[in-house]
Write a protein that binds this ligand. Structure first.
Ligand code: UD1
Ligand code: UDP
Length: 385
């Protein structure tokens, strides 16, 4: 009989903290006798409303370690993480390291572990935008190719990995040279199902933002390809300004700190002042998970460049304008639930208008059955040496 597996989970950015709650829940509720989880926070995100709030609301155990790397250039941030993580791995000698998604914390965790022969478990494997100008694309491709267990949320993920030479047959004991790939559904769907039942009870966001009974659009922007390019920010916010007036609809924007800090510099003074003065555009601080679920469930539509919000729009059956040129979540675009616009003002207005008026949406079960985390833990327990 195998001993209890010691697994280190790496989190750092907001969506990873949220994703990790599904695994922590499965470990606590089902696998406690077979798995021990040690949580390491790289400190990539550190504001209270980008990190601490999620640990509290989602009952995620307090991290055993926090490297507190903070913000920095890609190289600087990743290097600090690598150094700190390697020390922890050498000390703790885990049986495996879980990394999520495609951030700098993901690649740092995977590289630090793989180099010292600790199996990497990649959750959200196989996703591709086919745009290597995105830092996330480099992170996710590299991470997949040094993983021992790969868990992909979608059929598209399986097909991407297959095209890159991954074998879909499973060996009894996976290794880095003979990894096992599984299609398991999306742990974010697990979370949305789990927390949507209680969100209303814990959130007062609709009342506090005076949105009860009102039609509004939920919008987020944080991708560097939008926030760091003046014309793109101008095009996006100019489209929002026009749409809010044309449709007489409120836009609620819980803005990522990256966007909040660059918005004033990136937008022309005239547009910035229009947004500031607008009664229909509400820029607010980032909100917790209960609040965002309530905002998503009650919105008319979503407009976003966030990977997480794209899918959550589908989970809560809301159409979505995607402020990107490509998406890794291709199913929702192919199925007509979302439209890609990039940062093109006229495409944003046209996509919004189409989706606002469209009524014949369908919601096939692209993202599993809400039990992805338990499936993943089961495989970790049975397949890691
Ligand atoms: C990172 C991920 C991105 C993910 C996003 C989720 C990488 C390369 N990018 O982007 O894939 O979609 O997280 O939110 O890993 N900041 C704060 N407070 C914080 C965190 C960040 O003020 O708590 C500001 C800082 O000015 C920082 C900037 O946001 O420089 C960007 O943060 P960073 O973690 O580097 O990248 P994100 O844009 O958050
Ligand atoms: N989110 C949140 N509060 C906010 C904005 C987003 O809790 O104010 C959640 C959102 O519901 C999703 C996740 O954060 O689950 C997405 O994170 P983000 O957009 O930062 O990153 P991405 O998914 O694009 O990597």
């Amino acid at each position: 009989m195998n001993a209890r597996k010691k697994i280190i989970t790496i989190v750092g950015a907001r969506p990873q903290i949220i994703k990790s709650s599904a695994i922590s829940r499965a470990v606590q509720n089902v696998f406690a006798s077979q798995m021990e989880e040690i949580i390491v926070h790289t400190g990539q995100h550190y504001d209270e409303n980008m990190s601490k709030v999620f640990f509290e609301e989602m009952s995620i155990p307090t991290p055993h370690y926090n490297l507190q790397v903070g913000s920095g250039s890609h190289g600087e941030q990743t290097a600090k993480m690598l150094e700190g993580l390697e020390k922890i791995f050498l000390d703790e000698k885990p049986d495996g390291v879980i990394v999520y998604g495609d951030t700098n914390s993901t690649i740092a965790g995977a590289l630090a572990a793989a180099k010292i022969h600790i199996p990497v478990i990649h959750i959200e494997a196989g996703l591709r935008s086919f745009n290597k100008a995105m830092p996330e694309e480099l992170n996710r491709i590299s991470c997949d190719h040094m993983s021992t267990l790969l868990f992909t949320p979608t059929e598209t993920g399986i097909s991407n990995l297959s095209n890159e030479g991954f074998k879909m047959t499973h060996s009894e004991k996976a290794t880095i040279d003979s990894p096992n790939v599984y299609h398991c559904g999306d742990i974010m769907y697990d979370n949305s199902l789990h927390f949507s039942k209680v969100a209303q009870q814990f959130s007062s966001i609709l009342a506090s933002e005076n949105l009860n009974g009102k039609e509004y659009v939920l919008m987020t922007v944080h991708r560097d390809s939008n926030t760091d390019i003046t014309e793109n920010m101008e095009a996006i916010f100019s489209a929002v300004d026009s749409l809010s007036i044309e449709f007489g609809i409120i836009f609620v924007l819980p803005l990522h700190p990256r966007t909040k800090s660059t918005m004033k510099d990136q937008l022309s003074d005239e547009l910035y002042e229009r947004i500031e003065r607008s009664k229909l555009i509400k820029v607010i601080d980032p909100v917790g998970f209960m609040d965002i679920i309530e905002l998503e469930k009650n919105a008319r539509m979503l407009v976003t460049d966030s990977g997480g919000l794209q899918k959550e729009s589908f989970f809560f059956e809301k159409p979505c304008v995607i402020l990107r040129e490509q998406t890794e979540w291709t199913e929702i675009v192919e199925n007509g639930n979302a439209i890609l616009t990039g940062a093109d003002r006229s495409k944003i207005i046209s996509a919004f208008t189409i989706l606002y008026n469209k009524t014949d949406f369908t919601y096939p079960s692209f993202y599993g059955d809400g039990k992805a985390a338990e499936f993943i833990c089961g495989k970790i327990v049975s397949e890691l040496n």
